[in-house]
Every structure is written in structure tokens, then in C-alpha cells.
Write a protein that binds this ligand. Structure first.
Ligand SMILES: Nc1nc2c(ncn2[C@@H]2O[C@H](COP(=O)(O)OP(=O)(O)OP(=O)(O)O)[C@@H](O)[C@H]2O)c(=O)[nH]1
Ligand SMILES: [Mg+2]
Length: 308
């Protein structure tokens, strides 16, 4: 059996059904909240924090997120589809170009944009480039508040307001890591949603195919041990989804990288498998297979096959 929908193509249930479709009350509001910014500013950590659960993987290296990842934030009278996106950057490979295209496309159809900037590093050309593509009324989250001193934070808020060139923007200091300020940000964003129907059945947490999500969890574990260029070279793809048997391929670009990912006596691979299995039903057999796919980052056919 091949994994159902490795591609991110599943239409949200009931969108076509219109306002009556999923039993929402009068005055219901809904829409898309897209989170954008440079790599590594904490977009995925923030999305997870807003949703109270992990929908998107995070790591200390840039360009971790490679696809649009949708999580659903809901209350009695609203449903927000919170969309995590790849960090927008100066691309150096076909993969990098794909990530930028994905992030840009996510800006086409949004109700609210959250631009995330890092409180601990200066607002720079990368932030301004992203900001220049955002609609008026976007929301700026100045993240990593836990690591910034008060003067640093105040300086960053002033610089963001002055340099990002965003009209009618609101600024929120937050720490995605500790959660500080995130409830206020989420409440503000929910208040901006237009009237609209429920977009997903009540209780939906994320719109990411299970097989793809599992591959991501495996990759997240491997990113913890990866250094230098290796994070960019790792890709994970579930090639068989036949519970309790699940097979996940791990691609790297060179033999030397394979040795790192496998680890001494298979220790790294084993630890990654154990951690990833925690999110699978008991008794699942997770088969991890490492393969060398030379320079896959530069090959659009492989990028396509990986679902990026
Ligand atoms: N101290 C601190 N670190 C944070 C905070 N938010 C995120 N981080 C760290 O910043 C790093 C990047 O976080 P991600 O959420 O993966 O960043 P991202 O913007 O999604 O990155 P890409 O997907 O690569 O574009 C990780 O090491 C996070 O733990 C925060 O509020 N405080
Ligand atoms: Mg991310």
C-alpha cells in the first residue's frame, strides 16, 4: 500500500457545503492566518504554541519547514486555519527556490498575515523583503522575547515599526518558546477573521496527511544531531503505510552523511525511530531505511517526489 496522500492535496471537508455545511452558529467567523518570515525566526514554534500541539516540526537550523503546514485553531464561534510556511530566503538550490515559491504562494489567499521577526537579531533586508509582500493590516510578532533584554525589545519594536514599511500593522512581543504573549496575539488575530463558515469538521487539529507528518517527525529527530550542511541534505518520505507496518525512507546526499544519520552501531537511527514511534499507535513497526540520493536538493524530480 502506498501512503494515502503524501501530497498535501486533501480538500478540507465541507468547504463547498457553504454556511450550513458543518453546523456553525450565526455570527461564525473563519479564515486563513498565514505565518511568514525569514528562516529560523520561530514561525513553526509559534504555530505549534498557538495551536497547543505540534503540527509543524522545528529545529535550530534554518529551512526546516519545507511545505505549507495547516493547523486548525477553533473556538465556539470561530475557526482559524493557521498556515506555517517555509522561511523566505536567498535560495541556493532548487529546493530553496521551491521553499520560497511555496511561502509566496501561501500569501495569495489569506485573511490575516503574521510576520515573525526575531527580537534578538536586527531587522534586516530579509525581513523587509518579506514585509514588502504583505498586505496592510498585517500583524508583526516580535519573537524570542525570553532571550531579549527590555531595551533590546523596545529597540526592536521601534525599528520594526520604522523599517518594515507595513501600513496599519500591530506589533506583539511574544515568546513562542515560553508562550508569553501568544494568547494575546491569537486573540487579536481571531478578532480579525471575517464572517465565514466552518472550514473543517469540529475538532480537526491539522490538515497534514498522517504519513507525511510521520516522515516529518523522523526528520525532526535527525535534525537534532545534524550539523553544518547536513540538515539541508536530509529528507524523509514514508513509502509504505500499512499499519502496523510503516516504512520510511531517509534520503541523504552523500555516503559520509549516511554514516552520521545511522550513527555508531545504528544508535542515531534507533533513537530517531523510538522518538517518532511515540506518536504512532502501540505495536507499530517502523522500518527506517537510509538511502543516498546524490544532490537531490538540486533535482526538481526528487523534490517533487518528496512532496515539497
Ligand atoms: N529562545 C527562543 N527560541 C525560540 C523561540 N521560538 C523559536 N525558537 C527557536 O528558534 C529555532 C527556530 O525555530 P523554528 O520554529 O524551527 O523556526 P522557523 O521560523 O519555523 O524556521 P524555518 O522553518 O527554518 O523557516 C529553534 O531552535 C527554536 O527552538 C523563542 O520564543 N525563544
Ligand atoms: Mg519552520
Amino acid at each position: 500500500m502506498t501512503p494515502g496522500g503524501v501530497e498535501d492535496g486533501a480538500a478540507p471537508g465541507g468547504v463547498e457545503d457553504g454556511a450550513a455545511g458543518l453546523g456553525e452558529r450565526e455570527g461564525f467567523r473563519s479564515g486563513f492566518v498565514t505565518v511568514v518570515g525569514r528562516p529560523n525566526v520561530g514561525k513553526s514554534t509559534l504555530v505549534n504554541r498557538m495551536l497547543g500541539t505540534k503540527v509543524s516540526i522545528t529545529s535550530a537550523s534554518p529551512n526546516t519547514t519545507r511545505t505549507r503546514v495547516r493547523g486548525i485553531l477553533e473556538g465556539e464561534d470561530y475557526q482559524a486555519v493557521v498556515v506555517d510556511t517555509p522561511g523566505i530566503h536567498r535560495p541556493r538550490s532548487a529546493l530553496g527556490e521551491r521553499l520560497n515559491d511555496t511561502a509566496s504562494a501561501a500569501l495569495d489567499d489569506v485573511d490575516v498575515c503574521i510576520l515573525v521577526v526575531d527580537a534578538t537579531s536586527p531587522v534586516g533586508p530579509g525581513d523587509r523583503f518579506v514585509a514588502s509582500r504583505l498586505p496592510a493590516g498585517s500583524v508583526v510578532a516580535v519573537n524570542k522575547l525570553d532571550r531579549a533584554t527590555r531595551p533590546q525589545l523596545l529597540g526592536q519594536l521601534a525599528r520594526a515599526a520604522e523599517q518594515l514599511g507595513l501600513e496599519r500593522a500591530e506589533y506583539f512581543p511574544v515568546s513562542a518558546r515560553t508562550g508569553r504573549g501568544v494568547a494575546e496575539l491569537a486573540a487579536y488575530v481571531v478578532g480579525l477573521l471575517p464572517p465565514g463558515p466552518r472550514l473543517y469538521p469540529e475538532g480537526t487539529v491539522r490538515d497534514v496527511p498522517e504519513a507525511f507528518h510521520l516522515g516529518e517527525l523522523v526528520r525532526e529527530q535527525l535534525l537534532r544531531v545534524a550539523r553544518d550542511e547536513l540538515p539541508h541534505s536530509i529528507a524523509c518520505r514514508v513509502t509504505e503505510w500499512d499499519p502496523p507496518y510503516v516504512r520510511c525512507e531517509i534520503l541523504v546526499e552523500r555516503e559520509s552523511q549516511k554514516a552520521i544519520v545511522v550513527g555508531r552501531k545504528g544508535a542515531v537511527l534507533k533513537a530517531a525511530g523510538t522518538a517518532a514511534r511515540r506518536s504512532l499507535p502501540d505495536g507499530t513497526y517502523l522500518d527506517l531505511v537510509v538511502k543516498v540520493e546524490r544532490d537531490w536538493q538540486r533535482r526538481s524530480d526528487v523534490i517533487e517526489r518528496l512532496g515539497y
